[in-house]
Design a protein around this ligand. Structure first.
Ligand SMILES: Nc1ncnc2c1ncn2[C@@H]1O[C@H](COP(=O)(O)OP(=O)(O)OP(=O)(O)O)[C@@H](O)[C@H]1O
Length: 265
């Protein structure tokens, strides 16, 4: 059954982004639906991270339009973009936790956007937020490590704390830039499981960049392939095979190109 248009939470229209003489994105069109887990694939330099950063307004686009949660990021007043960003979580390859803080306080930082004044130290946060943060840690299976310094955790555990911090932000959209690139295969699976769970159980929309095709096929609802800044593959993951995806990593002459761009879900 086709998804109703009002279920679209991110919409990119003819997005082009240049850095000087480099064209990082070229006429990208993409609609992402509520509760969809979309994985962006492509060679290094194909534009995956740039697209994520254009979606949350970290990179101003050169032309086209980007709408997220009903706000035109490319033309909205800065204040509206700041409000929108509170609804967009970002997960980084290197976790970006504050190593000397406890896991609980790192998670509490995710809720700072809801407070008028900054807090320093777990006990300065309202009790309701401390309970919520503990609950977020519990959802990633790490409640028992709440008091541990973040820099004593393994990489996989740190990424789970980063996901808990994002949940504490109560976002509608989660952007994840190579969230498993620093992890071993087992921990990568755990993190992908968590991202998929927040997507389906909490109705969040996840857009995630990956280099591992097998992880994308295993966990994504939809795969989008970029090549030289252009969308060259856009298919539901269900029924998709590795060999359907691999051509995005080849640089073929256009007349020999095995890919045909397929419309979204
Ligand atoms: N801030 C920047 N200044 C100049 N050029 C940039 C900047 N950010 C990205 N680029 C260029 O834009 C292109 C796309 O880069 P991007 O980082 O989006 O690719 P990617 O697919 O995410 O790569 P990777 O998989 O290695 O992270 C590259 O040619 C890159 O050098």
């Amino acid at each position: 059954m086709p998804t109703p248009p009002n279920d679209i939470v991110i919409s990119a229209r003819d997005v082009t982004k240049t850095f000087g003489s480099t064209t990082a994105l070229q006429n990208v069109n993409l609609d992402v639906h509520r509760s969809e887990m979309l994985v962006l694939l492509g060679l290094s330099g194909s534009g995956k991270s740039t697209l994520l950063r254009c979606i949350n307004g970290l990179h101003p686009i050169t032309s086209g339009s980007v709408t997220a949660l009903g706000t035109r990021i490319d033309s909205a007043p800065a204040r509206d973009v700041r409000e929108l960003r509170k609804n967009i979580g970002f997960i980084f390859q290197h976790f970006n936790l504050v190593g000397r803080l406890s896991c609980l306080e790192n998670v509490l930082v995710g809720g700072l956007g809801r407070l008028r004044i900054p807090r320093y130290g777990t006990l300065t946060y309202p009790k309701s937020m401390r309970i919520e943060a503990l609950n977020c840690l519990d959802r990633v299976g790490l409640a028992d490590l709440a008091e541990r310094r973040a820099d004593t955790l393994s990489g996989g555990q740190q990424q789970r704390v980063a996901i808990a911090r994002t949940l504490m932000q109560r976002p509608s959209i989660v952007l994840a830039d190579e969230p498993v690139a620093s992890l071993d295969p087992e921990n990568a699976g755990v993190v992908m499981d968590l991202l998929q769970r927040v997507c389906t159980e909490e109705q969040l929309t996840v857009v995630c960049t990956l280099h591992q095709v097998d992880l994308a096929l295993g966990w994504a609802h939809r795969l989008v392939g970029l090549r030289d800044g252009e969308v060259v593959l856009d298919r539901p993951a269900s029924g998709l095979l590795r060999e359907d995806v691999m051509p995005i990593y080849q640089r073929l002459a256009p007349e020999r190109d095995a890919l045909s761009v397929v419309g979204s879900t």
